[in-house]
Design a protein around this ligand. Structure first.
Ligand SMILES: [Zn+2]
Length: 149
């Protein structure tokens, strides 16, 4: 069953976002790490997904999300203008790289298959534990993760 709240219109699927993974698993250690990376406090590391009513502050206001919703689309994969200047100006380079990788895939596979592919891409090759974008090693078995992008 797909959690609709996690289907970020920009293609940065929330199911493989560290903030959401830390929230979902109640992983305090991961929250602490992410808080450092985002210049935040661990108690703020909380997100139920881009389209939920409890969105991490960083993603709360997003020009890509506003644009997609305004156009009545589910995601940039339905938009002829992709990749537009909103994507080009995306503030996080790693995010932009992932958007440019993910949207064509979403277009090609459709939502369900796309999400399955993202979850597979961001999981440990050794033990299958779900990881997240930017993870360098598996939290469970310590296997180093080859960058997926
Ligand atoms: Zn592992």
């Amino acid at each position: 069953m797909i959690n609709q709240n996690l289907i970020a219109p920009c293609g940065l699927y929330c199911g493989v976002c560290g903030i959401h993974v830390a929230t979902k698993n109640g992983d305090e250690q991961l929250k602490e790490k992410l808080a450092k990376a985002y210049g935040d406090t661990p108690d703020k590391i909380n997100c139920q997904g881009c389209l939920s009513s409890s969105v991490y502050w960083y993603c709360r206001v997003c020009s890509v999300k506003s644009c997609v919703l305004e156009k009545g689309y589910a995601g940039c994969h339905q938009c002829e203008s992709f990749p537009c200047d909103k994507i080009d100006n995306f503030p996080v380079p790693e995010g932009k790289r992932n958007i440019l990788r993910a949207i064509p895939l979403w277009r090609k596979l459709g939502t369900e298959e796309f999400i399955r592919a993202e979850e597979k891409l961001f999981s440990c090759v050794n033990c299958g534990t779900g990881l997240f974008r930017g993870a360098r090693k598996c939290r469970r078995c310590g296997t180093l993760v080859a960058p997926a992008y």
